[in-house]
Ligand binder design. Structure first.
Ligand SMILES: Nc1ncnc2c1ncn2[C@@H]1O[C@H](COP(=O)(O)OP(=O)(O)OP(=O)(O)O)[C@@H](O)[C@H]1O
Ligand SMILES: [Mg+2]
Length: 423
């Protein structure tokens, strides 16, 4: 059910200096009551939804009420801020009230009536009670609990026959996937789009291709190709296939590379040593030893393996241990742990495993190591970024030590940032 743009949405967008790309244009043109955009990262989902919300608010109406909802306030703010930016730049004279801390904007619409836009967080369901809505935009919808949509939001739309626009990169096959499927079924009230990041003509294609090299295949397929992949939580996929090796004693004239993750509160200290062919030849894992004893034990292993070079976590307790290792004459490199630097480690390990460029000891030799690798999960942070970690109750020290051991001899992988290019 497509119609021409009403109240001349196209002219309105032009006045604001917004030129939707072809994919966004399709979304703006659809008049389906339920629209679902399951598109890749950086596709332009947030911008498209924000402009759709703003257009709805400006349409002539006596009164209208629209919500922007996301799993957290930070995420809801992204759409809301995009709206506020456009209003501040082009529609300042239309502002009746703007309370950014309340995430509330009231505009005088083109019919002289009042239109209100509010941003809400799904992690505060109490705030989702109450009013009837003319429209709702849900950002990062696939990361939201289904009950929020089913019991809160869709109800709000009934009285006033409002519309909903749900946007997200795919994630598993939950309620967002079901809604997406409905949109593909020919049902006139539902419409959905599934487009990869590469269909945003404003992005540099080479950069997207470089990301394909950089991130694990399943992540690329989900995040950039916008595929709904089942069980996409596991980070390391080839664990058993890589586990064909054995522990090996040091050999003369061979260079070795080590990674050291130090026990924090209740973890273990783990030292992993690899040879230049990326075979794990040695692992030591111990708990609750006094620091000097730990250092002696580590130094002993490193020396045996031809004074292996070691990358060492230097956060917290790591720093004094790093200094002690240096004093003992070890070839030690500092690796400060941050969320970002840990992600880089995990990415490179995951890539190496996916491409079969690393050999782990067989399952019977290293059961705890393989188990830890297999249980490592992707999760979504509060800010909506992808993060990987051990699920609660599991440790991540083997993963980190292994990734640090690989760091010096990791398969090359340039890091790229996205840039929006002008057509
Ligand atoms: N039609 C457009 N014209 C100009 N720039 C655009 C357009 N659409 C999107 N952009 C720009 O492209 C970038 C990505 O857009 P946006 O944040 O909307 O994507 P997204 O799909 O929501 O991304 P994410 O997956 O990171 O949430 C932003 O810098 C945005 O300003
Ligand atoms: Mg977005």
């Amino acid at each position: 059910m497509e119609t021409n743009l009403e109240f001349n949405k196209a002219a309105f967008f032009k006045d604001l200096g917004y030129e939707p790309h072809p994919g966004q244009l399709e979304v703006h043109r659809s008049t389906a009551k339920r629209r679902v955009m399951a598109c890749g990262v950086r596709w332009g989902k947030t911008v498209c939804a924000a402009m759709e919300g703003l257009a709805a608010a400006m349409e002539p109406n006596e009164r209208s009420m629209g919500w922007v909802v996301a799993p957290t306030y930070d995420l809801a703010d992204r759409v809301f801020r995009e709206i506020v930016l456009h209003v501040a730049a082009h529609l300042r004279h239309r502002i009746v009230m703007l309370k950014e801390y309340e995430r509330r904007l009231v505009l005088r619409n083109l019919g002289g009536g009042l239109s209100e836009i509010r941003a809400k967080s799904a992690d505060n369901p109490v705030s989702l009670l109450g009013e009837g809505l003319d429209w709702v935009i849900v950002d990062e919808a696939a990361r939201m609990k289904p009950a929020i949509w089913e019991q809160h939001l869709s109800q709000r739309l009934l009285d006033r026959q409002g519309w909903a626009l749900l946007i997200s990169t795919p994630k598993g096959k939950g309620f967002f996937y079901d809604l997406f499927r409905k949109g593909q079924s020919g049902d006139p009230d539902h419409r959905s789009w599934n487009l990869p990041t590469s269909s945003n003509p404003l992005l540099d294609k080479a950069t997207i291709e470089a990301e394909r090299e950089r991130v694990p295949d399943r992540v690329f397929r989900q995040e950039y190709q916008a595929e709904f992949i089942e069980g996409s939580g596991a980070v390391f996929h080839n664990v058993r296939e890589c586990a064909t090796g054995v522990w090996k004693p040091p050999e003369e004239g061979i260079r070795y590379y080590a990674g050291l993750d130090l026990a924090k509160v209740e973890d273990w200290t783990v030292l992993v040593i690899m040879n230049k062919d990326r075979e794990v030849v040695f692992c030591d894992r111990f708990q609750r030893l006094d620091w000097q004893l730990q250092v002696n034990r580590i130094v002993g292993s490193l020396k045996r393996y031809n004074k292996a070079q070691v990358w060492c976590d230097v956060t917290g307790v790591g720093d004094p241990v790093y200094e002690l290792l240096k004093k003992e004459g070890c070839n030690v490199q500092p690796y400060p742990f941050t969320q970002k630097s840990k992600a880089a480690l995990v990415d490179s390990l995951s890539m190496a495993m996916e491409q079969g460029l690393i050999t782990l000891p067989k399952a019977e030799l290293w059961p705890e190591g393989l188990e830890e690798l297999e249980s490592f999960q992707y999760s979504i942070t509060e800010a909506g970024t992808v993060r990987s970690s051990a699920p609660s109750g599991y440790h991540d020290d083997v993963v980190m030590a292994l990734a640090l051991a690989l760091w010096e001899i990791r398969p090359s992988k340039p890091k790229h940032a996205f840039t929006v290019v002008q057509l």
